[in-house]
Design a protein around this ligand. Structure first.
Ligand SMILES: Nc1ncnc2c1ncn2[C@@H]1O[C@H](COP(=O)(O)OP(=O)(O)OP(=O)(O)O)[C@@H](O)[C@H]1O
Ligand SMILES: [Mg+2]
Length: 175
């Protein structure tokens, strides 16, 4: 039987996450972006239209994040992407609310007070596990084990020993 032919170029549109296997020639830039994210937790990509910004984010940076290749204490990333459209804050809030499984109106109200609210929103989501909390410390060993089991699936192999992992929050702003 003949193998189906696959064109490795998506045409005029950007590469998607699923097409990362075909995404070539940007390794150095991907490593630069990751290094900056690790250090500063924030990267802004700018460039002329068609330079490949979207492609490098979706097919380069995001697959690395999902694979746990960032040097970070916790390595399960929640990725909320959005287009600013007519109401950028609303769009951002809707995307974050969906990813963090929170109420979009609440997220928007909190973000209106300032972007530092992002940390509290993250902490109020199911992705945050406070291992210093009394609730966690007083939990039955069985319960802790089950949490550990659940979370170990999102563990970065480099930090496997006995660490309880929650998620870091990353977000990509789509232009
Ligand atoms: N590494 C690559 N190899 C081959 N083609 C690429 C590569 N990166 C991007 N392209 C192609 O270049 C074109 C522009 O890419 P992309 O849409 O990612 O750029 P952009 O900077 O986000 O553009 P815009 O500013 O218009 O949104 C697309 O056709 C995309 O498929
Ligand atoms: Mg783009």
């Amino acid at each position: 039987m003949q193998e189906p032919k696959i064109c490795p170029y998506p045409g005029l549109r950007p590469f998607t996450e699923e097409e990362s296997i075909f995404f070539k020639g940007r390794d150095e830039h991907i490593q630069q972006i990751i290094a900056q994210l690790e250090e500063k937790k924030f990267v802004m990509l700018t460039g002329a239209s068609g330079d490949g910004k979207s492609s490098i984010v979706y097919a380069g940076v995001m697959p690395n994040a999902r694979a746990g290749f960032f040097k970070a204490k916790f390595n399960n990333w929640v990725i909320a992407d959005f287009r600013p459209e007519r109401s950028p804050l609303k769009s951002l809030s809707a995307s974050l609310a969906k990813q963090l499984q929170l109420d979009p109106v609440h997220v928007e109200n909190e973000l209106r007070c300032g972007f530092s609210a992002l940390v509290d929103l993250y902490k109020s989501s199911k992705y945050y596990l406070d291992t210093d909390s009394d609730a966690y410390k007083n939990a039955e060993i069985k319960e802790q084990k089950s949490l550990k089991h659940q979370l170990s699936r999102i563990c970065n192999p480099r930090q496997k020993q006995n660490k309880f992992l929650t998620s870091y929050l990353g977000f990509v702003i789509r232009d």
